[in-house]
Design a protein around this ligand. Structure first.
Ligand code: SAH
Length: 228
């Protein structure tokens, strides 16, 4: 068809239209799933509104990327529900100068969200293909202040310790001692604790000079932390 006067806008190329739709879905996700449930920290909401969750889920799941739940990412693992990612991130009280340790890289999404809020993220994943894919995705998307390591997270990352904050996104039955030891005085840890089957509780720990303060903050369901 002939466009008269040259005023017809060009149709958006499919890629840009798709990105715009994802961005709109992300804005709704932040408002309806996260802010509505009480996460108020502006920096956390902004990071959740920025990071493209659809880039961290399998291609077949992209259309569901902004729905209110976890999604499978292969190898029996899942990317957590957006609200849980936001809740745990806010609970850590992330500061721009912080160095943060994550156990359970999975898709890399939680690490990406944190990377917008802190100086450096160190993330450990025990499943090789997941570690490699997350690392590649984080690089491709420009999240350059995240380091991914393949290994057993129960040992922490001694070479980079101590950390201002530790986030554990798989559930141990008991909190590994190394993770507590690698937390700075004044540091925060958020960790789901409990049996693989059954009720787990999300704990917020804070290291004081005289010891650990522990607070149960939310019942949750995470995949178990495995030990080799
Ligand atoms: N934070 C992830 C979700 C993690 S799912 C995201 O944003 O997508 C939990 C992950 O913990 C899984 O990928 C699982 O392989 C990993 N995991 C389980 N036990 C572990 C261990 N001992 N050390 C490191 N990672 C572990």
């Amino acid at each position: 068809m002939l466009a008269l006067g040259g005023f017809d806008p060009e149709p958006a190329p499919p890629k840009a239209a798709e990105e715009a739709a994802f961005e709109a879905a992300r804005t709704r996700m932040v408002r309806d799933q996260i802010a509505a449930r009480g996460v108020r920290e502006d920096r956390v909401l902004a990071a959740m509104a920025q990071v493209p969750r659809h880039e961290f889920v399998p291609a077949s799941k992209r259309a569901q990327a902004y729905e209110d739940g976890p999604l499978p990412i292969g190898h029996g693992q899942t990317i957590s529900q957006p609200y849980i990612v936001a809740f745990m991130t806010a609970a850590l009280d992330p500061k721009p100068t912080d160095r943060v340790l994550e156990i359970g890289t999975g898709s890399g999404y939680q690490a990406a969200v944190l990377s917008r809020l802190v100086a450096e993220v160190y993330s450990i994943e025990i499943v090789g293909p997941l570690a490699r894919r997350a690392e590649a995705d984080l690089q491709r998307l420009g999240f350059r202040n995240v380091k991914v390591r393949l290994g057993d997270g129960t040992l922490g990352w001694p070479g980079a310790a101590p950390f201002d904050a530790v986030i554990v996104t798989c559930a141990p039955e008991r909190i590994p001692r190394a993770l507590v030891e690698q937390l700075k005085v004044g540091g925060r840890m958020i960790v789901p604790v409990g049996p693989a089957e059954g009720v787990q509780e999300l704990y917020l720990l804070r290291r004081h000079p005289e010891g650990m303060e522990t607070q149960a903050v939310l019942p949750v369901r995470f995949v178990p932390m495995v030990t080799p």
